[in-house]
Design a binder for this molecule. Structure first.
Ligand SMILES: C[S@@+](CC[C@H](N)C(=O)[O-])C[C@H]1O[C@@H](n2cnc3c(N)ncnc32)[C@H](O)[C@@H]1O
Length: 185
């Protein structure tokens, strides 16, 4: 039951589950500033960043403002309803520096070594193949890039173990909310 609500290890949610989640997030976002955590990531104007597992796009407006006109935000998800919702939000809020991208079969359409900073929030628990996922994030990251990833609905121990087992990221810092990772040398 918990697995079907939180999507543990299932990757793609059903359409009704996604729609329900999007509705809950819409209500949540009127009371809680989910995107406030981005202030802690040191995002700078001009950077190219990826909101990986963006869902309906609760963080994209804030991310767009932080990277500014010269920067770029790629909002990536494996669910077509997420990509659709983000595209609508981009139009509605005129977020010219944001692009919604669909990932499929563990691959997203971003160039190798192209992204300064990736954040993956409230989604790691859903990822069915963490090693493939973390290697894909490593592929798109610049060699001096940063990954901020939170536990999602799993214990920190489990999340940490997956990151270290991937062999491609090392954990540079942990806070109660997230882990800051660097590409492993
Ligand atoms: C609970 S939502 C969180 C959305 C957003 N990050 C937030 O914090 O508001 C999780 C999202 O991650 C996406 N997702 C799950 N597995 C994924 C994967 N392997 N790659 C990219 N996105 C994924 C789901 O489709 C869903 O839209």
């Amino acid at each position: 039951m918990r697995a079907s609500i939180f999507g543990k290890g299932m990757d793609r949610m059903s359409d009704p589950a996604f729609r329900l989640m999007a509705l809950i997030f819409k209500l949540r976002d009127t009371f809680i500033r989910k995107d406030k955590v981005l202030d802690e990531f040191g995002i700078r104007p001009g950077q190219h960043i990826a909101d990986y597992g963006c869902g309906p796009g609760s963080c994209i407006r804030k991310a767009s403002g932080l990277v500014g006109q010269e920067g770029k935000v790629y909002a990536v998800d494996i669910h077509e309803l997420a990509v659709e919702a983000v595209r609508k939000r981009i139009e509605k809020e005129n977020l010219r520096n944001v692009t919604a991208l669909m990932a499929a079969n563990g691959i997203c359409p971003l160039e190798d070594n192209s992204i300064d900073l990736i954040y993956a929030l409230d989604m790691f628990h859903m990822v069915a193949n963490p090693e493939t996922f973390l290697k894909e994030l490593h592929r798109i990251s610049k060699p001096d890039g940063i990954l901020f990833i939170d536990n999602g609905h799993q214990r920190r121990d489990a999340a940490r173990e997956k990151i270290l087992a991937s062999g491609v990221w090392e954990i540079a810092q942990e806070t109660p909310r997230y882990m800051k990772c660097r590409p492993a040398p």
